[in-house]
Design a protein around this ligand. Structure first.
Ligand code: MG
Length: 294
């Protein structure tokens, strides 16, 4: 199932795509009491995906045609900062070290975690604000994002899948100069408009676990990143076990699992983004998230 947030007649709402993909069944019309995706995730944490599946199976008289709405980011305003993994594909670890002119020994004993402020996630087809008055070296990073479906605390690897609502795509847009200059990556990755997300959350039941999905990005149609999520150094199960051992991952938490090689900084010379560029982030089984730099 594909969970969406959309704008219809000036109002934001959460819903699910119909089985044929042409309509949206509003969550409220299916009997879920919620005002938005954050509220819906809380409701689903209690009722579970099977309740949603049954509701979708019954159909919906208040369905809205998909071509009548504007899709927003599935979680336009995450309740907490997004949790991100840094350099979580070996080939990207190598290109990052090369860019920073550091040596890389090929070992990564511990995961790198950081966070990213998402004031408002950018919608599919929306604009990435390049902030070119303060940003040089604007870069893209396609990433598989995990959406936690119910509060997770002390979850062992074997149970990690039970806590995942689904998966979406994010572009971890990064201002490389700011990112390096301030030592911590937070500021350079948290500017307004730096988190395109979408086009929807695909529920976890549609994937095997751990998900092994082709992941790509294109800039102006040219293939830049091309990998598979099976190459994550620290997998989704490891991350949920490790983090939840010491911190509660609340329902609605978004975890971005890191980007593969082929970010703009990995090219010689580097290929950073400029005004008018289109970036497509593509993940098998989820879809394409396309945005334009303004
Ligand atoms: Mg990233």
């Amino acid at each position: 199932m594909k969970l969406v947030t959309y704008l219809y007649e000036g109002r934001e709402a959460a819903g699910v795509l119909s089985p044929d993909g042409t309509e949206i069944y509003p969550a409220k019309a299916l009997g879920f009491a919620c005002e938005n995706m954050n509220g819906w995730i809380d409701v689903l944490a209690g009722e579970g995906l099977s309740a949603l599946k049954r509701a979708v199976g019954r159909g919906c008289e208040e369905a809205v045609a998909l071509d009548q709405v504007t899709l927003l980011a599935p979680i336009p305003e995450p309740k907490q900062d997004m949790i991100c993994l840094g350099i979580n594909y070996m080939a990207h670890a190598e290109e990052s070290a090369r860019y920073a002119e550091e040596s890389f020994g090929g070992e990564r004993p511990y995961a790198v975690y950081f966070s990213k402020r998402v004031g408002e996630a950018v919608r599919p087809e929306g604009e990435i604000d390049g902030h070119f008055d303060m940003v040089e070296r604007l870069d893209y990073e396609v990433e598989l994002a995990v959406v936690i479906g119910k509060d997770a605390k002390g979850v062992p690897k074997e149970k990690a899948a039970d806590y995942i609502l689904g998966y979406t795509i994010i572009n971890d847009v990064s201002a490389r100069v700011i990112q390096s200059r301030h030592k911590q990556w937070y500021f350079g990755k948290s500017l307004d408009g730096f988190t395109p997300m979408g086009p929807w959350i695909v529920t976890a039941d549609e994937f095997s676990f751990p998900p092994r999905l082709a992941i790509q990005s294109k800039v102006n149609g040219e293939l830049r990143q091309d990998s598979n999520t099976e190459l994550l150094i620290f997998g989704v199960d490891h991350v949920i076990e490790e983090l939840s051992k010491g911190m509660t991952l609340k329902a609605g938490t978004v975890i971005a699992t890191g980007t593969p090689a082929g970010a703009g900084m990995g090219f010689e010379p580097p290929q950073f983004l400029k005004t008018g560029d289109t970036v497509e982030c593509i993940i098998e089984g989820i879809g394409t998230l396309k945005n334009t730099v303004k």
